[in-house]
Design a protein around this ligand. Structure first.
Ligand SMILES: Nc1ncnc2c1ncn2[C@@H]1O[C@H](COP(=O)(O)OP(=O)(O)OP(=O)(O)O)[C@@H](O)[C@H]1O
Ligand SMILES: [Mg+2]
Length: 359
């Protein structure tokens, strides 16, 4: 790191100070990802006197103690490996082989706000878990069928979908299941037919637990079921929450991200109380994060302030690779296996597994 330059430490850009050898004063300014920090103003000025000047010509890293004086966070962040959420980043071990199969843990990918990365996260978390040897069932529970499209399935051509599984008792799940190109990952696809279920289920007995019933026979065959919810808190989403053990809430790192989250957590609590005491919020997943913008860093800081340990340490960066994968009809873990995006979803899979083991 050269004098006056910028070094990235995780998401944090730390500007080293510049100083004049003859001047007794030196200035350190630092741009952190903390809320309200613009990086424009100097954080403090200090007179170090007694010849302790930073030598701009010397080729060395400032000694740690000294660096701690001029940029306390930078040194701490290096030492403690602070992650993009501003907390020390734990080590998530590579998962070992699975012991006994099933019954599957069911994860609902849920946020009533549209376009926050639910489908992208369902596909890529599923694919990453499958890479780690877990048997995964993805459930497309959105009549738009985006998850099916994202795995190369044309929803218009489907004769049987998750809709039939919900509405027709006696239909074997095998008749609806599709294998995906990812080894160990299957799909219950969906198409526009599912929109009728929202209306038809209203008059059913135990209308909130139709999906739970439909999934029951499949659970012994899988380690994880990931349900991709539609952007609403209607009856379909309530069905997903009633079936699930865990909820993951993807949250786009932009200005209105937190709007509506209170309503979502209220809905989760209601389902917990009335329908599914086993349900809990596994984590909030920050998506489309751009560490280069103050805005993105501020939003993430607010989210961490509001939800603390409920925010996953793993943060998904914004990259055009994700829209590309939809066109390609495959997960990023196979489409761009060495990309940052693929690495992020692998880390999320390890973090989700670590949270499972901690239970
Ligand atoms: N990390 C990312 N970086 C850049 N683009 C992304 C990222 N994640 C998702 N996208 C893109 O953003 C768009 C919305 O993502 P996605 O479909 O996963 O959201 P969603 O919450 O499922 O939307 P909906 O509410 O409509 O179901 C897609 O075009 C997707 O490719
Ligand atoms: Mg979606």
């Amino acid at each position: 790191m050269g004098p006056g330059g910028t070094a990235g430490i995780g998401s944090v850009a730390v500007h080293t100070f510049t100083t004049n050898r003859n001047a007794p004063k030196m200035t350190a300014h630092q741009s952190t990802n903390g809320p309200g920090s613009t990086g424009a103003a100097d954080d403090y000025e200090e007179d170090f006197g007694d010849g302790k000047f930073y030598d701009p010509d010397a080729e060395y890293e400032p000694d740690p103690e000294y660096a701690a004086t001029i940029a306390p966070d930078a040194a701490r962040q290096r030492r403690e490996r602070i992650g993009p959420t501003g907390r020390p980043l734990p080590y998530f071990p590579i998962p070992g082989p699975v012991g006994e199969r099933g019954p599957a843990k069911i994860i609902a990918m849920c946020n009533q706000k549209g376009g926050v990365g639910k489908t992208t996260s369902a596909i890529n978390l599923g694919a990453a878990l499958a890479e780690y040897g877990r048997r995964v069932l993805l459930v497309d529970f959105d009549p738009q069928g985006a998850l099916s499209v994202g795995l190369g399935v044309n929803p218009m051509e489907l004769e049987l979908t998750v809709y039939n599984l919900l509405m027709e008792r006696g239909l074997a799940p095998d008749e609806v299941l599709l294998k995906t190109a990812v080894a160990g990952m299957d799909l219950l696809p969906s198409n526009i037919d599912l929109s009728a279920a929202e209306v038809q289920l209203v008059s059913e007995v135990a209308r909130e637990s139709s999906l739970q019933r439909a999934l029951q026979p499949l659970l012994p065959d899988y380690d994880f079921v990931v349900i991709d919810c539609q952007p609403s808190l209607g009856l379909l989403t309530v069905n997903a929450l009633t079936a699930a053990h865990k909820v993951i809430v993807p949250l786009e790192c932009e200005f209105f991200a937190l709007r509506g989250v209170a309503l979502l957590t209220e809905t989760i609590e209601k389902v917990q109380e009335r329908l599914n005491p086993n349900l809990h919020l596994d984590g909030i997943l920050a998506t489309m994060y751009d560490s280069r913008t103050v805005h993105s860093r501020e939003v993430l800081a607010r989210v961490v302030e509001a939800f603390d340990e409920n925010v996953y340490h793993t943060v998904i960066g914004r990259t055009v690779r994700f829209p590309e994968t939809t066109v390609a009809g495959e997960p990023i873990t196979t489409y761009a296996s060495n990309s940052v995006g693929a690495a992020a979803y692998r880390q999320l899979a390890r973090e989700v597994l670590a949270r499972c083991h901690a239970e």
